[in-house]
Design a protein around this ligand. Structure first.
Ligand code: RM4
Ligand code: MN
Ligand code: MN
Length: 432
């Protein structure tokens, strides 16, 4: 197979060529349809083209479950190669100009060099993620029984110091946020004092909070279970919000879509966090049962749309302190991660476009008048409209691909990686 760099503008232009006329007629037809609803298609396209989501560095390697991992070919072997894959995703979608790093998985001795490497690839750095849910080789104290909430002050201090190191590394990279997710919790009733563990969390995170540079935000990520199966310390948005409100104005709540019980109304949580002015951002993914790993929009696209509907409401209302960070957080066990991440970024744009085309004035009127059926139908009409031509046109305006997966496949990038990156054993990210 011949190889073409999928990031090359001429390559993308030639890959787009066969799709251009079909896109033009589909876009015109959709434009006419939306015009009948009083919506200007170009406004929506512009908003979609400006939508951005960060790629998780750990997402470009193949994931796994506790039963095993089936490595993909040509996986990135270090953070520099991960950035290279991220640049492919960005060039083909035009939607992912930043990368969210995870330390120590992505640790390097040269953060300035990494920042330059990113800049040369057209990439910046989003939130830093700290990892105190695993022990690292040579680490003095173990996190087996917890990290920021451990009963031993020395372990807590070690975990606090790691978070502060993440801030320092992030500052060199141009990041402006720290995401704190801990695995701390209990597998047995009686194992921990539920109240005191939370108090220890607040004490530890207060020290981390003090180390935040002036323009940084701290994102507190809750998760209902796993690795702790009976109780986790930051289990839900209530604990997360209490912690954020206790810590101060730079602390916000991060909603990972997969971190709730099945059927939980996540859009309600989003609305409440917007009200509290504490919605920090998202880890987007999807799930069917209890996982937090599947591709965004692959299982419950309607729920994703409803989340974006709340975001659009907040955007239009100019909700104070509303600046949600968009990040993906998923684990690709059976697909090429580059393809999954491109597809997922596009699914977020789809949900955003669907939410943008909801006829809000009409919806508002039906709500006020208690016309329940029409309110529901009006909202759903946004969801049932095929906005694909808007998404493709937005990519064209960004110099990206009309058909990102098609362009990626015909470039031969993965086969080239297999040649260039031989002999990878395993990536730390396999557990996610
Ligand atoms: C957790 C959580 C965190 C992520 C780790 C790898 O479930 O979602 O955001 O950093 O996995
Ligand atoms: Mn997450
Ligand atoms: Mn997760």
């Amino acid at each position: 197979m011949t190889y073409a760099d999928p990031r090359d503008a001429n390559y993308i232009a030639s890959a787009n060529q066969p799709h251009a006329s079909a896109l033009a007629s589909d876009y015109t037809a959709l434009g006419m349809q939306l015009e009948r609803r009083g919506i200007k298609i170009d406004d929506i396209t512009r908003a979609v083209a400006n939508f951005k989501v960060a790629i998780p560095s750990w997402g470009v390697g193949t994931g796994g479950t506790r039963f095993g991992r089936f490595p993909g070919v040509g996986e990135p072997r270090n953070v520099f190669e991960k950035l290279q894959d991220c640049s492919v995703i960005h060039k083909l979608t035009g939607a992912t100009p930043t990368v969210s790093l995870h330390l120590p998985w992505d640790r390097t001795d040269d953060y300035n060099g990494l920042r330059e490497h990113g800049a040369a690839l057209g990439l910046g750095f989003d939130a830093m993620n700290s990892n105190t849910f695993q022990d690292q080789p040579g680490q003095p104290l173990s996190y087996k029984y917890g990290s920021l909430t451990h009963t031993d002050a020395a372990v807590r201090a070690q975990a606090v110091a790691h978070n502060i190191d993440c801030i320092k590394a992030g500052a060199l990279l141009g990041s402006r946020a720290l995401t704190v997710w801990i695995g701390d919790g209990a597998n047995f009733p009686g194992q921990t004092h539920l109240g005191r563990a939370f108090e220890r969390y607040l004490e530890s995170t207060a020290t981390i909070y003090k180390a935040l540079p002036g323009d940084w935000r701290m994102f507190i990520e809750h998760k209902m279970y796993e690795p702790a199966f009976y109780a986790t310390v930051i289990q839900d948005w209530g604990s997360s919000l209490m912690a954020a409100q206790t810590l101060g104005p730079k602390a916000f709540c991060l909603v990972d879509l997969g971190h709730h019980a099945p059927n939980v109304n996540i859009e309600m949580i989003v609305a409440r966090l917007v009200h509290a002015q504490r919605l920090g951002g998202f880890h987007f993914n999807d799930s069917k049962y209890g996982d937090d790993d599947l591709d965004a929009g692959s299982i419950e696209p309607f729920r994703l749309f409803l989340v974006f509907n709340e975001l659009v409401e907040a955007e239009l209302a100019k909700a104070p302190n509303f600046q949600p960070a968009h990040m993906l957080d998923q684990s690709h066990n059976v697909t090429d991660p580059v393809e999954s991440l491109m597809t997922s970024a596009i699914e977020l744009q789809r949900a955003y476009a669907q939410a943008l085309i909801v006829e809000r004035k009409a919806l508002h009127g039906y709500r006020i008048g208690n016309d329940v059926l029409m309110a529901a139908q009006t909202l759903k009409r946004g969801f049932t409209t095929d906005v694909s031509p808007i998404l493709a046109q937005a990519r064209v305006t960004r110099g990206a691909a009309i058909d990102p997966v098609g362009a990626y496949r015909s470039s031969g990038y993965r086969a080239k990686c297999a040649e260039m990156r031989p002999g990878k054993q395993s990536l730390g990210g396999g557990i996610v």
